[in-house]
Design a protein around this ligand. Sequence first.
Ligand code: AMP
Length: 401
Amino acid sequence: MNTNAILVINCGSSSVKFSLIKPASGETLLSGLAECLLSTDAKVTIKQQGDKKTYKLPDPFDHQAALSVLVVQLQQLNLVKDISAIGHRVVHGGEKYSQPTLITTEVEQAISQLAKLAPLHNPANLIGIKACQAAFDCLPQVAVFDTAFHQSMPEKAYMYGLPYSLYKEHGIRRYGFHGTSHYFVANQAAKQLNKPLAQCNLISAHLGNGCSVTVIKNGESVDTSMGMTPGEGLIMGTRCGDLDTGIIFHLVDNLGYSISDVDKLVNKESGLVGISDLSNDCRTLENAMLEDNHVQATLALTVFCYRIAKSIASYSASLTQLDGLVFTGGIGENSSWVRTEIVKQLGLLNFSLDEEKNQATRFGASGNIATKNSRACWVIATNEEFVIAEQSAQLLTNLAK
Ligand code: AMP
């Protein structure tokens, strides 16, 4: 199988991120983003070798229109011949998919059925798959699932304290997300440790607009903070994370909320934006805290960091050894303030930061920011697209054998 380059597609409800990656070298030949889809503002931006161009999309302003623009550009740049497959990020693979999978009609049906567990994500991923089938009809398509890395979690980590029948009959259990990112940074940390991933014990914190912490034992995910949906666990940009279920009954029974109001509240109006009443964006909150002494921005960031530190500390229960902690995601890679605030609460686990290294490791820089006497603490820029390209290429090579 010639796996020259893989076109990686990450399709959201109103956006498509794409990258054309050579898995052997990791080189990105082209990348871009289609955004504001299904509105008249729909546009696609394509970057190639330092050149960046934006195109307005024609009616019907949808995913198919975005991919048509991409195909024309790929043709003009003479890159279509280099593409050997399309790798799709698919958010929910349930218990069925723990590995990258060649997309067939049966797999599409399974992704569609799993939409009941990921109603915001899987339908959008399917739109991307269908649009790519129409645009690149003779190329194989591979699904790489965000839940797959966490399928190694033991029962004790994935069961809720609910009746067993809800798990058995309806799949209500913890699945975890951001798996591709946690897997990538764990591999990079293993390289830093100069030992195989299977011998590494790590805790990784993916902190972006969505946030999750994963504990990795002997190279495998054994617990993670997100659950059946990405709503569980940490405080995030707009999601509240863990919540006393009694609050939902109180909102509905006594405060006039409907179920869809609660859904909007916990997923779109809570977390950093909810507490700060200002923004879900960490940069905005840091500026407001440091420059204007904004009380609610300070509170939002303080609660955010405490919850992360508590989560990291709780995962020491899953391990007998710990090689180090990894920060990744937009906040984890860039906010030295957030990293300081988290790590200063982890002294009992023998973590302490070298502040000079911490301040210097931002904007794409990677490295160990811990003091000499501390356990390792790395900042690692995540690269989910590369994992999707690499795993798609690997699957196709294996299938061709
Ligand atoms: P992601 O979802 O991984 O793209 O991360 C988005 C989050 O990263 C947003 O909250 C941003 O404010 C945050 N972020 C990006 N750059 C910085 C920065 N330089 N300092 C602090 N937070 C940042």
